[in-house]
Write a protein that binds this ligand. Structure first.
Ligand SMILES: [Zn+2]
Length: 294
């Protein structure tokens, strides 16, 4: 699923094609894309709108119109925007622009959504669903600590929650926790100041690297010109079961947290030691057996 770096990469690539252009004609072929709204009605409403900016908030693309309306696009699993949609398969919608070009929306699994919001509706809608943007200057280690304070949920679950921070998903949470040397099962509210600082830096580092590599292409994600991202070559944790940790050489492990596959280094990211885990006989020791490797 596209996360912040993938959606940001799409935004950067598609914004020049859309900004300043008027939607001369709009075709939406998939009832699932706009439901419960009728796709014909949404297409009619969009026609004639002039695009002012293409923004991103969390994993949403926000197409802002001069009228004050906004089209909120969520790519979900396999959605993508294309510069030249003709001849492509699984194209669910086409925006015909006033310069004669087209932007298409392609979605193999059809979980993506388009929501047209009236002036004034965007901020309340997003505000109810999303926490802070992790790449803005206002996002600080202290603010992160306030978001996590008192929470007993595993760190991984808390960071996947879009109301904690906007835009992180399974890939970049695992990458950030590896960089921060924090175990995914640490209780979210248990981090000290130094650990919060590490996590804050690590989240930014993982996301910025993801954007610099234009996202990660594991199966469906493509940029609007059809090219792939290359972040998958830079993964330190995600998907690397049985491979050596780049930092210490210990074999990476996979567990499930919040129902999601979760990769970590059992040496660099030590398991949280609690009285309850100490009393359980078959749990791994809080001191890794291969601690001498460093
Ligand atoms: Zn390691």
């Amino acid at each position: 699923m596209p996360e912040l770096p993938e959606v940001e990469s799409v935004r950067r690539a598609i914004a020049p094609a859309l900004e300043g252009r008027t939607l001369a004609a709009v075709r939406i072929d998939d009832v699932r894309l706009t439901r419960p709204e009728d796709p014909l009605l949404v297409a009619a409403e969009l026609t004639g709108e002039r695009v002012e900016h293409v923004d991103r908030r969390g994993k949403y693309l926000v197409v802002r119109f001069a009228s004050g309306r906004a089209l909120l696009i969520h790519l979900r699993m396999t959605g993508s925007l294309l510069r030249e949609p003709s001849g492509q398969t699984h194209v669910r919608a086409v925006l015909s622009l006033d310069d004669g070009s087209e932007v298409g929306y392609r979605d193999v699994r059809r979980f993506g959504t388009w929501l047209l919001l009236e002036p004034g509706e965007l901020e309340p809608y997003l505000g109810a669903r999303l926490g802070e943007e992790p790449l803005v200057a206002a996002f600080t280690a202290k603010g992160l600590g306030q978001r996590l304070h008192g929470r007993r949920a595993p760190l991984k679950s808390a960071l996947l929650d879009q109301r904690t921070l906007a835009g992180l998903g399974n890939i970049y949470v695992d990458e950030a926790l590896w960089h921060a040397k924090l175990h995914p099962l640490r209780p979210a509210g248990s981090l000290d100041r130094n650990e919060l600082r590490r996590l804050h830096n690590a989240i930014r580092k993982a996301l910025e690297l993801g954007i610099a590599r234009q996202g990660s292409t594991l199966s469906d994600y493509r940029l609007p010109d059809g090219s792939s991202g290359s972040m998958q070559r830079e993964f330190r944790a995600y998907g690397r079961t049985g491979e050596p940790c780049n930092r210490c050489g210990t074999t990476l492990e996979k567990i499930r947290v919040a129902g999601r596959g979760t990769w970590f280094c059992p040496h660099c990211q030590p398991e949280p030691f609690t009285p309850s885990s100490a009393s359980r006989p078959v749990r791994r020791s809080a001191v890794p057996v291969n601690a001498s490797r460093s």
